[in-house]
Design a protein around this ligand. Structure first.
Ligand code: SAM
Length: 452
């Protein structure tokens, strides 16, 4: 959280950053922050237009909404404008409440503005059916020290008290590791259902402004009657389909962490990959269950002649064992021959099926390749896909086994140039090396189809 604040705020509010991240939980810090900003809105993690697609799935116009730690975000006014008339905005900072009341009292007459400390709220139990928290839990939950945990637990206890049965906490958060762990465990202990979604629109909007952002998540926690002996449902909407799937807390944490790491890596790749080095990345299928692509990213050295800002080279199946594709020096030569300033070499993974061939591979990768583009890629540049042979190659697995001495191995038939079939033995702990290879011959004319 602290890192994100530092990166995002660096230009405009450098002087407003706290000396210590714990200050994010203090009223004095926020009063000073909003007094210094005056009427300049600062929208944490995303604006209404970026978040509305997800918010409207979980917030109804009939809801009694509490906006927890409203700050000077315009999201409450935007929600009001589209029909959410029952909104109470609270913040620990009286400065921001005064500013917001005078800004919106004419345009949003029935909206309530109130200074309140949500670790000891003045509102009555069950007063709300929905609590919107955008960045407030993150601001309070600066680390997992006992002192901070005490404040967080008071805040969550108040959230639980203020929501009526069936009510929802809609929490927009960066879900740092200690936050997801604590929030989901807390929900489980209360018997609440929880669901985690990702808001890519909010991330894209931040990226378009040239700023770095970590993935933005929306956690929806629904207050249910506790049912002793029944484990509350935890759902993930992170597989890209938008459909919820039931998961364990552990699986969800791992998925969130993988997305955060991916985002950090792609951010690092905006800069140049040093000469003589390459970045190696592994991409899993959309369920995050099995490895689907291995990517190598390498850049031309400074002052090299390049005709193409970036290209993606798809290595047909099983040709990844060839020197040109399997060794760093080979890939360096490949990049040189394509004249690309950045080349992404893609290995297809053994055991994965790419039924629709190159087209399928391109479709699967096209939404991702821009993530790996250098920062200086010209606007509207369409990254070309390159390959050899015009398809992804044909492979038939003959057997998969395990040897006591060498571990897992595979025997497979690969179609090589000129209609030749090669049968190969590969030990899977070194998958880019062919242990032995034989060329398959066809028996005489009468038995043309049987191999010897
Ligand atoms: C990161 S800002 C988010 C502001 C706003 N929700 C947004 O999206 O722009 C966190 C907000 O939580 C408020 N806050 C911090 N501790 C609070 C508490 N105990 N009770 C109520 N508000 C609190 C701060 O004053 C600040 O406005």
């Amino acid at each position: 959280f602290t890192t994100f604040y530092c990166v995002k705020l660096v230009k405009e509010t450098m002087s407003l950053l706290p000396k210590h991240s714990k200050e994010f939980g203090s009223k004095e810090y926020w009063n000073k922050f909003f007094a210094n900003r005056g009427n300049n809105t600062f929208e944490w993690y995303g604006e209404y237009s970026d978040l509305c697609g997800l918010l409207h799935q979980y917030m109804r116009t009939a809801d009694k909404i509490l906006v927890a730690g409203c700050g000077n975000s315009s999201i409450s006014a935007d929600l009001y404008r589209v029909g959410h008339k029952n909104i109470t905005n609270v913040d620990v900072s009286e400065v921001v409440i005064r500013q917001m009341r005078s800004k919106y009292e004419a345009a949003c007459p029935s909206m309530v503005w109130c200074r309140d400390d949500l670790t000891q709220s003045q509102f009555s139990s069950g007063a709300f059916s929905c609590i919107l928290d955008k960045g407030t839990l993150d601001a309070i939950f600066t680390d997992d020290s006992p002192q901070v945990l005490e404040t967080v637990n008071k805040y969550l206890a108040e959230v639980g008290r203020l929501l009526g049965r069936g009510g929802r906490l809609v929490c927009v958060s960066l879900l740092q590791e200690h936050i997801i762990e604590h929030l989901l465990t807390w929900c489980q202990a209360q018997g609440w259902m929880s669901r985690v979604c990702r808001c890519e629109e909010a991330e894209q909007a931040t990226k378009r402004k040239g700023q770095f952002t970590l993935p933005v998540f929306v956690v929806v926690c629904t207050k249910l009657n506790p049912m002793p002996g029944i484990t509350p449902v935890v759902e993930s909407c992170l597989d890209g389909s938008g459909q919820p799937t039931r998961v364990t807390v552990e699986e969800l944490r791992a998925h969130v962490k993988a997305l955060q790491q991916y985002s950090a890596v792609t951010h690092a790749l905006v800069a140049k990959v040093s000469a003589g080095e390459e970045a190696r990345l592994e991409l899993c299928d959309s369920r995050g269950e099995s490895l689907r692509y291995v990517l190598y990213i390498l850049d031309a050295p400074a002052r090299a002649n390049t005709a193409l800002p970036m290209g993606v080279f798809i290595v047909p199946q099983r040709r990844e064992v060839e020197w040109l594709f399997s060794s760093m020096e080979g890939r360096r030569q490949l990049r040189e021959s394509t004249s690309a300033a950045r080349l992404m070499v893609v290995h297809l993974v053994r055991g994965q099926v790419y039924e629709a061939g190159l087209q399928q591979v391109q479709e699967e990768l096209s939404s991702r390749v821009a993530d790996f583009a250098p920062g200086n890629l010209p606007a509207n540049f369409k990254i070309p896909f390159l390959s050899v042979g015009g398809d992804v190659g044909s492979v038939t697995r003959r057997c998969l086994g395990r040897s006591e001495w060498c571990g897992e191995y595979v025997v497979e038939d690969v179609q090589a140039d000129g209609g030749v079939t090669l049968r190969r033995l590969v030990f899977l702990d070194n998958p880019n090396v062919v242990q032995s290879e034989v060329r398959m011959l066809h028996r005489g004319a009468g038995k043309k189809n049987s191999e010897s």
